[in-house]
Design a protein around this ligand. Structure first.
Ligand code: GLC
Ligand code: CA
Length: 565
């Protein structure tokens, strides 16, 4: 018998909440902590175990909370520390856990540390951030461009130096080489653990150690150099994470997941290897990049192939097995809606079938599922006609830079925004068919997707065939099966561009997962020995009947005669 290395965070499913767009309790048009509190029945009903909240700290909101002004205060729009404590207690009372976002690659430029750092070249806090002298011609220290447009350096004329910001100028990068910065960050993490939280999702954590400051290779847009080679997976990143683990994480029963740009499965086994004393899991970008949607987000064409998805997932499933633990996600607050991107939202029938199919395909693999709010309803991308209606700083800056400097037309740019902007994920959650989808009694901070009258939580909770109930059943099936939780993955039909099929195997037990990624009927045959399998879940009545898979058909079968116990 193979021994299972159990952990609660391996068996859990995570529900990601973007608080600003989840539920508004007081009519100011902005989602808040009390809104989340009101929806705990709904969340728990789905069968998830962990809530991950996007940042809720005090922030000027240049990047919606990813620019933190005070790590120890709640953003006033979201509520108070008392509201937070009440929410945390209510989550715990239900046997669920709460994970916060840890944003420590950078702070807001309004953080007191940065105000002090920028004010005095020789002051004690100067080295909290990364300051460099201008080039002899007065220009920035190197050619790096920021991830959200413009250069990655901003000049401070009072002190005559540039500071580094991998994102917007309002998000200066912290200098992790300075031990005082690490002390301050670890202290702050401790503060939240002492309040009772259960872990952290760590924002762009693979970028905290900078390896050097030479010019980078020109990016595809030709405007700036790319910093990834020197900033991602830098020379001291593992040392910093081990120090964090030793000084903070190892003292709590918590879970951690890093957002690791430019991570490979091999590197993931370092960041999240079972014996490494760093993190529990990492988010990688390879699945989000099969259509170039991450590294080439604003290019006009985004074709993808099923064999590319299989290639990525199979490498991660295989290389991490027994060494580290996978994260499983189709989307998050930085990505468009999965059913619009990888499924088919063109008709109601195809939307519902393909949303369920995507869930079967991914969440029955080895790893912890992360479900982004609204995904469990099959919420779709919306349609933007003007850049003025968009809030997201990344999208706005890209629009400006590409129309003004690269000559891209308005129509082309709106086309790619309608495919790929992260704004799609940030439209409010659909609760009801009523006014503003039940998200707010006031004026919503951001326009709703107009399809809420027929895609909303209330109608789906009342409908046993809904995407919502399918997610609920799927999570229950996963949780009830050690084979699905811990089994080994093996890909079948590697060359098919239509069918994704794989098995999960543990101690002689076997489960087969089959998904038709097309809206057409596809001919196929059940592999030998599966004809008497037991259907664990299926998005049609009956499964795998005959030699045809129906449009977006998906099911899981347990081998005939086997059971879990
Ligand atoms: C991460 C976050 C994203 C944010 C960026 C800068 O990628 O997920 O929303 O804009 O980091 O903090
Ligand atoms: Ca509110």
């Amino acid at each position: 018998m193979e021994k299972i290395q159990r952990a609660w965070w391996k068996e859990a499913a995570v529900y990601q909440i973007y608080p600003r767009s989840f539920c508004d309790s007081n009519g100011d048009g902005i989602g808040d902590l009390n809104g989340i509190l009101q929806k705990l029945d709904y969340i728990q009903g789905l069968g998830v175990d962990v809530l991950w909240l996007n940042p809720i700290y005090d922030s000027p909101n240049v990047d919606n909370g990813y620019d933190i002004r005070d790590y120890r205060a709640i953003l006033a729009e979201f509520g108070t520390m008392e509201d937070f404590d009440r929410l945390l207690e209510a989550v715990h009372r239900r046997g669920m856990r709460l994970v916060m976002d840890l944003v420590v690659n950078h702070t807001s430029d309004q953080h007191p540390w940065f105000l002090a750092s920028r004010s005095d070249r020789n002051g004690p806090m100067r080295d909290y951030y990364i300051w460099k002298d201008p080039k002899p011609d007065g220009g920035p220290p190197n050619n790096w461009g920021g991830c959200f447009g413009g250069p990655a350096w901003t000049y401070d004329k009072d002190t005559g130096q540039y500071y580094l910001h991998l994102f917007t100028p309002e998000q200066p990068d912290l200098n992790w080489e300075n031990p005082a910065v690490r002390d301050a960050v670890f202290d702050m993490m401790d503060f939240w653990f002492q309040r009772g939280i259960d872990g952290f999702r760590m924002d762009v954590i693979s970028m905290i150690s900078k390896g050097g400051y030479a010019d980078g290779p020109l990016r595809a847009d030709g405007l700036y150099g790319d910093y990834t080679g020197q900033c991602a997976n830098g020379p001291r990143v593992h040392e910093y994470l081990r120090e964090m683990n030793r000084r903070v994480l190892s003292r709590y029963d918590c879970m951690t997941v890093g957002e690791n740009a430019a991570v490979t499965p091999e590197l993931a086994c370092q960041y999240a290897g079972f014996d490494r004393g760093e993190l529990n899991m990492v988010f990688h970008f390879e699945l989000m990049d099969v259509d170039g949607g991450e590294t080439r987000r604003w290019e006009l064409e985004h074709p993808w192939k099923l064999t590319d998805i299989k290639g990525v997932m199979t490498r991660w499933q295989t290389l991490l097995d027994g060494r580290a633990w996978n994260t499983l996600f189709w989307g998050n607050h930085d990505q468009p809606r999965p059913v619009s991107r990888f499924g088919d939202d063109s008709t109601e029938e195809s939307r519902v079938r393909s949303a369920k199919m995507l869930a079967v395909c991914l969440y029955l693999m080895q790893g912890t599922p992360y479900i982004y709010q609204g995904e469990e309803l099959g919420m779709t991308n919306t349609h933007f006609t003007s850049i003025d209606s968009i809030n997201d700083v990344q999208t706005r800056n890209a629009y400006r830079e590409r129309t003004e400097r690269l000559g891209v037309s308005h129509e082309d740019m709106m086309g790619v925004i309608n495919y790929n902007s992260r704004e799609h994920a940030r439209t409010p959650m659909h609760w009801t068919a009523g006014r503003n989808a039940g998200f707010t009694d006031g004026e919503p901070w951001i326009a709703l997707n107009p399809n809420y009258p027929y895609i909303n939580a209330q109608s789906q909770v009342d409908d046993p065939d809904s995407v919502y109930h399918f997610y609920r059943r799927l999570l229950a099936v996963r949780k009830g099966s050690d084979t699905l939780l811990y089994g080994h993955y093996r890909l079948l039909l590697p060359d098919s561009e239509e069918i994704y099929a794989y098995t999960r195997t543990l101690n002689g037990k076997e489960i087969l997962v089959v998904c038709n990624f097309t809206g057409k009927e596809v001919r196929w045959n059940l592999p030998d020995g599966w004809t008497h399998g037991e259907i664990l879940i299926s998005n049609y009545d009956g499964a795998g009947a005959g030699n045809v898979l129906r449009p977006f058909e998906a099911f899981a079968l347990r081998r005939g005669g086997q059971s879990e116990t």
